[in-house]
Design a binder for this molecule. Structure first.
Ligand code: SAH
Length: 268
């Protein structure tokens, strides 16, 4: 997902000025805020999480459910983001083309099921979890009958049931790099053999674009968007016992997201 002019033009925000201030503060934090959940390792408990859940149950739901659909009621920026996101989903679908029917997949932060549905239609055993009840309801409404896909409302930090393959697409953008690292650690405990994730990469040029986008006076609201350094994300993946097999940056004018296909080291 993304985020330059998208902040104003796609009209998806939360208090732009405050957002920028908070975002800078968040980046200055030396340690992420987390607590240890009994027996399950560190858990992110940031304000971002509350805000993200509220956003995707409210204004964010109507915006993103539309972007992640075939609706013609989208503006130029939203249509551009839709194209970029579709490219990311297609990339992940292509990568997972070597997974046979019956393989269990956990789609963490599944949204309206843009990835879950085509995977389930192929015969994979897919369960999607999302922190937003509205997104989950929409995912359920879009389910193809007989595909066996299931969904539940929940925080990915609290999921206890693992799967052979865990996907987490365009979710880490909502969290600081410190929190994203904790989430990767958590996702790695759930992924028995393969982990596919995407994040908005931080490069000098994309950082600048994001700053320019944040200057646009948005009448509406956007969630905070955090770009992550690829080396930080890769290190987290590797320290969690996975190796990056391939990566791909999908980029349009208003969308940029890098996907990583990672396999558990003992599976290599
Ligand atoms: N992965 C989907 C949706 C991306 S939008 C796709 O690519 O189509 C980001 C989604 O992540 C939103 O639906 C949001 O509600 C969800 N999300 C954000 N933080 C989450 C968390 N901590 N646990 C579960 N879902 C989360």
């Amino acid at each position: 997902m993304v985020f330059t002019a998208f902040v104003s033009a796609a009209g998806a925000t939360t208090r732009v000025a405050a957002t920028r201030r908070q975002s800078l503060c968040a980046q200055r934090r030396t340690a992420p805020r987390w607590t240890a959940a009994a027996g399950s390792g560190p858990t992110v408990t940031t304000d971002d999480k509350t805000e993200v859940a509220q956003y995707f149950n409210g204004t964010g739901f109507s915006r993103w459910a539309k972007i992640y659909s075939q609706s013609t009621d989208v503006n130029v920026v939203q249509a551009d983001i839709r194209r970029g996101h579709a490219e990311t989903v297609d990339t992940v679908l292509e990568w997972l083309g070597d997974e046979g029917a019956g393989v269990s997949v956990l789609d963490a932060g599944c949204g309206v099921g843009s990835l879950s549905h085509p995977l389930a239609t192929r015969g994979l055993q897919v369960h999607g979890v999302d922190i937003s009840a509205a997104m989950v309801a929409e995912a359920e409404a879009r389910a193809v009958e007989g595909s066996g896909v299931s969904f539940s409302v929940g925080d990915l930090d609290a999921i206890s049931r693992g799967a052979e393959v865990v996907c987490c697409v365009d979710v880490l953008i909502h969290y600081t790099s410190g929190d994203a690292v904790l989430m990767i650690q958590r996702l790695a405990t759930l992924a028995r053999r393969r982990l596919v994730l995407s994040f908005a990469p931080s490069t000098p040029w994309l950082d600048l674009l994001k700053k320019i986008g944040a200057l646009f006076p948005g009448a509406s609201k956007a969630t905070r968007a955090y770009l992550h350094r690829e080396d930080v994300i890769r290190k987290a993946v590797e320290e969690a016992g996975f190796s990056v097999r391939r990566s791909k940056l999908c980029k349009t004018s208003f969308y940029f997201s890098t996907s990583l296909d990672c396999v558990r080291d003992e599976e290599q």
